[in-house]
Design a protein around this ligand. Structure first.
Ligand code: ZN
Length: 309
């Protein structure tokens, strides 16, 4: 089985059949099988199997820990096997997976499934950082709007000078010539916001293609090209390019078709989920799960943080 292969749920269960296999999997991926104290970094560790849920004790700082300590699963009481199954589901569902379905398949409440999925998204949040993978030299930048009725947002934006976008959450995205996507929710579509995003992500001297929105004018340091987004040209362009539009189309299918109640507050987490899955589309299933497990370290997201403020 090679690294880029997508595997079936059956194969996944063959590889990781139960909770003990899941624990060993997490320990192998996080520590290469040799427990390391998350409190002080010491490898001088003794195993105390009777001491569940903390099976290890550090001989240096004397604290107890498990493979969950210091990761996004620290406060979770869900079995590690269910965590891996949830990652498998979110990895393989291109349009995302509703928490109701995840709840049913994992045998947990919808609230638990929702919180579980949010913590997996939190894990993926910095997976789209430019310092991890630089952006190519030819970049298309575009805004899209989420919320309300679906339609041709560019047309309404153009004819109505932004009126068609009132009450909707703007998302700004780019796609380079290798197909890599960066996207995030934005507070407004002011010049500083849009051009700031470009400067953060795109190397100077690159070619940047945008629509004719005023906020893009005077973009310095780049070869700046604009595209007229009148209805006809927009539709034609969508059919003929593999640009950022195809990413928006996928995100919209998830937004309107799968996650019916994606609140503006949580939208960015979903945007990152879709971008990360898009950018790692060529990664095999087990490789993707392994990458996710390794990314869980030093992340934390509480239910309170998610539901308050
Ligand atoms: Zn220690």
């Amino acid at each position: 089985m090679n690294a880029t292969e997508n595997i079936s749920l059956y194969d996944f269960f063959q590889k990781i059949p139960d909770e003990e296999a899941a624990r060993l999997y997490f320990e192998e991926k996080r520590w290469e099988g040799k427990p390391c104290c998350p409190h002080c970094g010491s490898h001088s560790v003794s195993e105390c199997k009777d001491h569940r849920p903390m099976p290890y004790r550090c001989k240096d700082c004397r604290k107890h820990f498990s493979v969950r300590t210091g990761t996004v699963l620290a406060e979770s009481r869900l079995p590690l096997h269910k965590w891996l199954m949830a990652i498998y589901m979110m990895t393989t569902a291109r349009k995302g997976i509703p928490s109701t379905q995840m709840a049913k398949e994992l045998g947990i409440t919808q609230k638990s499934a929702w919180f579980l999925a949010q913590r997996i998204r939190e894990t993926w949040m910095d997976g789209n950082d430019t310092d991890k993978e630089p952006i190519g030299k030819h970049v298309q930048v575009d805004e899209s709007y989420f919320g309300g009725k679906e339609g041709n947002k560019h047309a309404s934006k153009k004819t109505n000078k932004g009126r068609g976008t009132v009450g909707k959450a703007p998302v700004l995205g780019l796609r380079d010539d290798h197909g890599t996507v960066r996207a995030k929710t934005i507070q407004d579509t002011k010049k500083e916001t849009l051009q700031g995003f470009i400067k953060e992500n795109v190397e100077e001297g690159s070619t940047v293609v945008t629509d004719e929105l005023k906020s893009y004018t005077g973009l310095l340091g780049y070869q700046h090209l604009t595209v007229n987004h009148s209805i006809g040209e927009y539709v034609k362009e969508m059919a003929h390019t593999n640009g950022i539009e195809s990413f928006w189309a996928l995100l919209k299918r998830g937004y309107y078709g799968v996650y019916h109640h994606m609140s503006a507050k949580h939208l960015n987490r979903y945007v990152q989920e879709f971008a990360f899955r898009h950018n790692t589309a060529k990664t095999g299933t087990m490789e993707f799960i392994e990458m996710t497990v390794r990314m869980m370290e030093n992340k934390r997201l509480t239910y309170r943080e998610l539901t308050h403020a």
